[in-house]
Design a protein around this ligand. Sequence first.
Ligand code: F6P
Length: 358
Amino acid sequence: MAMRIGILTSGGDCPGLNAVIRGVAKAAYQLMDDVEIIGIQDGYRGLIHGEYRVMQQSDFSGILTLGGTILGTSRQPFKQMRVIGEDNIDKVKNMKANYKKMKLDCLLILGGNGTHKTAALLAEEGLNVIGLPKTIDNDLYGTDVTFGFHSALNIATEAIDRIHTTAASHGRVMVVELMGNKTGWLTLYAGIAGGADIILLPEIPYSPEVVAAAVRKRAESGKAFSILAVAEGAMSKEEAKLKRKERLRLRAEAGYKQVSDQIASFVEEKTGCETRVVVPGHLQRGGNPSAYDRVLSTRFGAYAARLIQEKKFGVTVAMKGNTVTENKLSEIAGKAKLVSPDDQMIQVAKDMGISFGD
Ligand code: F6P
């Protein structure tokens, strides 16, 4: 009897998804005699609606370097999974029924935090699930690194590098807003790699006065330009007292589309320095995976194939030290890995004279 493996990719895409899919498939074909891989379309949406296809070995060739996901993806909020909406569809019931219909022995789920919560739910419901840690945010609990992070980091760093030269030529303050709503790993790393002067993260609320003072101090010491690396979820100390919805409402009412506009506005007002905003946005998730992510994704995928062979389910693949291992889904789901203000990286940045506005 063939081992039937279902695979889906869920949540925001990132470079490395295809490299993981390929890693799993190649290793599974090597390790087991009779393997059938079923690709589920557009994440949980395909599992809910029964959209899938039997893949051929050739489907996994030529995709190591390809960005995005050959399976497609979608966002299906965990909060809605047990809610029956207007379409009257019982999502969990459908996912279980389609798993059965596909005659799966296991289901591989590539995704970030939200995806892992649903993966844990499906494992609780009795499905044989293996998770794989994807996200450019690098905020999945229990793993040192997620695939996609390093590729996004390279792009974000290049963005800051390119801003540097134009900032220096014009003697301007440049606010570069990077992805990361709840966590600032990407901004912290790219800020350090790109030599930013000020780094603002969701985990460390800033004081506008301190940010402006840091810019002024640079200007007074003869440095005509400043670079601010700002996570999209950054917030001031005052905003941190509010719920997210309220924060966004007040910001919009003040006429700001995003936090970087608000920051640019007060920096210009308080320092008199000409200020511009740059938002690389989804560029950070596009294109091919970095060499690091190709290796990481291949390691993760091959490890998942071994887990399948050992019939070890209800887990998600992780990196600890430089060793690939696994965590129980029930132990990591619903937890996030945030930047701690005590993190060694924060200290390193502060030792470099970088201000966090705190
Ligand atoms: O989780 C990855 C991520 O890129 C976040 O950094 C960002 O806040 C979010 O996805 C953007 O989501 P979407 O692609 O749905 O706009």
